[in-house]
Design a protein around this ligand. Sequence first.
Ligand code: DX5
Ligand code: ZN
Length: 219
Amino acid sequence: MASIKISPSILSADFSRLGSEIQNLEKADADLIHIDVMDGHFVPNITIGPEVIKKLRKYTSLPFDVHLMISPVDNFIKNFADAGADIITIHPEATSDLVSSIKKIKSYNKKAGVSLNPETPVNKVMPVLNLIDLVLVMSVNPGFGGQKFIKDVLKKVTILRKEIDSKKLKTQIEIDGGINFENAKMAKEAGVDILVSGTTIFEGNGGNLKKNIQLLKTG
Ligand code: DX5
Ligand code: ZN
């Protein structure tokens, strides 16, 4: 079984020095960098946009795992592709035509992800599973870090794992929200490939990034 990958969410980082925070994550053996983009419309919070991502690109060669919590999303896909995103993940509720938005992301040679909120049924993503590279299963309602893990979403992970394996797809399953050292084990058992974590990585064990990433990976 391939080893689990860790994508720390910089939503929990020090926003006044994101460049060095990203460099510290790379030194701490992060596999990807999870960048939460929020527009204050799709979710009740605002974070960063493509211009900041463009400036952060030079600080690491790690993949930028960009989670777009913005709507309408189509008008901004090119901006994030040009800014250096490697994976562009969108929410189905943020587009009027999910297939066309996915194709748009792929047209810029980027990996495409679809994110399922806790309330969004897993069959929303089934018809496009063969078109995308990643399913981002939200284990919190999007908008903020530090929320409590919603265990019920693991049922979706199990269903997705079965579907992906039975169809021999390469689609990866990523889980995002409230991940800690305890529930990370359950998420791995359910079949996730990538763990997103903000609070646990930046605040656990006195903020020891390397130790926290290692514990999430091997715990
Ligand atoms: C929430 C974001 C998550 C969040 C994860 O809307 O999508 O990526 O930042 O942070 P923690 O691990 O603190 O829940
Ligand atoms: Zn996220």
